[in-house]
Structure formats: C-alpha cells, structure tokens
Design a protein. Structure first.
Length: 89
C-alpha cells in the first residue's frame, strides 16, 4: 500500500527499510540519510504500511485486524500479547 508513503519518507538504500522524513539515520540499520532521497521510494508492487503508533506506545489491541504495521516488540500490555490478568481480585 504505497499510499502510506508520505512526502519526505525514504527507503534506506542499505537495508530497504521505510523511514519517516524526520529520520536523519535509518531506524533499522543506523545508516545516514542520503542527501538526495528523490529515488529512494518503494519499488512498484512493494507493500509499505504505515507504522502503528498505538503499538509503539503499548495501546494497540487490534492484533492482526490492525491496518497499520506492528514493527518492533511494542511496549506495555499490547506488546506482551495481551497476557494481562483481567480477573477481579
């Protein structure tokens, strides 16, 4: 879904990771952002999903039905796979 690729976003030429425009270094491999990013877009047919902000802060409980990408381990109860005790003790 290349529509999630926004102006200024860039694909790392070293590891092919989708980086947001604010990143000066690749979030995955720490390579420096090239000066010219005009050609660093996803290849035609590649699926690029926007990262799930709720997942990164531990608040996404949508699981596989979430339309955003769950990248990394996540934090909080959402990142632990919903293993919190819901009992009323």
């Amino acid at each position: 879904m290349a529509g999630s690729f926004r102006a200024g976003d860039w694909m790392c030429p070293k590891c092919d990771y989708h980086n947001f425009s604010k990143n000066d270094r690749c979030f995955k491999c720490s390579a420096d952002r090239p000066d010219d990013i005009s050609d660093l877009k996803p290849r035609e047919g590649d699926s690029v999903q926007e990262r799930c902000y709720d997942w990164t802060v531990g608040k996404c409980f949508r699981g596989d039905s979430c339309r955003f990408a769950h990248i990394g381990p996540g934090v909080g109860p959402a990142g632990r796979g919903g293993d919190r005790d819901r009992g009323r003790d």
